[in-house]
Design a protein around this ligand. Structure first.
Ligand SMILES: NC(=O)c1ccc[n+]([C@@H]2O[C@H](COP(=O)([O-])OP(=O)(O)OC[C@H]3O[C@@H](n4cnc5c(N)ncnc54)[C@H](O)[C@@H]3O)[C@@H](O)[C@H]2O)c1
Length: 345
């Protein structure tokens, strides 16, 4: 294990006003880095960056811009001397991607190509990319290491794989480019301060904000998609990982991005599987109240089981998750209780 970068960097965080991005801003600032956020606020909140400021004492600069807009990105790179890019900005809902696949390709694949080109024009040669376990598709393996074959089952997952391949090819042909792709499993939880959490615009498409809104009575009951999978309780099994652990993974990735030529690729998860019904029960325990649910049809593009093997990242960098599912649920619940209307005070 080697650490090449020890000094502070000025980091451009795309999508930094979103769920994982805002938590990563906290960890980056606390590690001594300077942060500039690019976000179009389509699913993010400027207030989240005020909260990053409350937690760390330093509010990141926010540039409101679309990552598919090359002119805007060029201007941002001209105005800030950037050492590295952490690229979160994307559309991320599996179900929605099956309805509007071309929009997903435009933002996720087009945005990544535009960002890579703009970063290159500005002489920035380090990138950390947000990838996803959905790339693995349904392999039937008990745990998935990075050598498991890619088999995306929906346009969102395909877009993430296309981005990884594009970054990998760019590294092959630009000798100085260094990249890390992090395949997150299912990030949930919230900052332990209760100041930052997951607050999607509109109806939540991820399970935990939905559970939280049912728990406070904003919604009647949660839908569990699929009760007939070949799993112990019939619901799908996922590897839930605390968003703060994922955020710490990005600080570690920046420490190690220069370690090797080309693109490094790692899973970030816990290695523990939890069924959707088990997660509902854990959340109900954290909230101290019942959470009504209904089991409905499977969702197009979903797979029965996705659990990470995290040996590679732990051997290479010593990264390991710190938090269990009970803590993830308690932290999410704290955010919901302290922010019943989300980021609107
Ligand atoms: N949350 C998950 O379950 C999960 C799992 C695996 C991978 N990921 C990936 O992690 C990244 C962050 O996810 P998140 O859960 O924080 O989502 P999020 O929606 O909370 O954050 C994404 C941010 O990007 C911004 N954004 C979207 N399109 C943009 C554009 N064209 N230009 C500029 N900004 C734009 C949004 O406003 C938002 O603030 C995404 O790339 C997602 O695919 C998420």
């Amino acid at each position: 294990m080697t650490t090449c970068i020890t000094g502070p960097l000025r980091v451009l965080v795309t999508g930094g006003a979103g769920f994982i991005g805002s938590h990563t801003c906290v960890e980056l600032v606390e590690a001594g880095h300077e942060v500039v956020v690019v976000d179009d606020l389509s699913n993010g909140h400027a207030v989240a960056l005020d909260r990053v400021g409350e937690i760390t004492g330093t509010r990141p600069v926010l540039e409101v811009a679309d990552v598919t807009d090359a002119t805007a990105l060029d201007s941002i790179f001209r105005r800030h001397t950037i050492d590295a890019v952490v690229h979160f900005a994307a559309r991320k809902a599996v179900g929605e991607s099956t309805e509007i696949p071309l929009d997903y390709f435009h933002t996720n694949v087009g945005g990544t190509a535009t960002l890579l080109a703009s970063a290159r024009r500005a002489g920035v040669r380090r990138i950390v990319f947000s990838s996803s376990c959905s790339i693995y598709g349904s392999t039937g393996a008990d745990d998935l290491d990075e050598s498991a074959p890619a088999a995306p089952t929906n346009p969102y997952a395909w877009s993430k794989l296309a981005c990884e391949q594009m970054i990998e090819q760019a590294c092959r042909h630009h000798d100085d480019l260094r990249a890390v792709s992090l395949r997150y499993f299912n990030p949930i939880g919230a900052h332990p301060s209760g100041l930052l959490g997951e607050e999607p615009h509109g109806t939540p498409r991820n399970i935990v904000p939905y559970l939280a809104q049912v728990a406070v009575g904003r919604r009647e009951r949660v839908q569990v998609f699929g009760g007939d999978y070949v799993t112990p309780d019939g619901s799908a099994i996922r590897d839930y990982v605390h968003v703060v652990d994922i955020a710490r993974g990005h600080v570690t990735a920046l420490d190690h991005v220069d370690d090797r030529a080309g693109m490094q690729l790692f899973n970030l998860g816990t290695g523990q599987g939890t069924s959707v019904l088990e997660l509902r029960a854990a959340f109900a325990a954290a909230a101290g109240r019942e959470i009504p649910y209904v089991v409905t049809d499977r969702r197009l593009g979903d797979v029965p089981r996705l659990v990470a093997n995290i040996d590679a990242v732990s051997h290479a960098w010593g990264w390991a998750p710190k938090y269990d599912v009970a803590t993830m649920c308690c932290d999410s619940w704290r955010f919901q209780e302290l922010n019943p209307d989300g980021y609107r005070r």
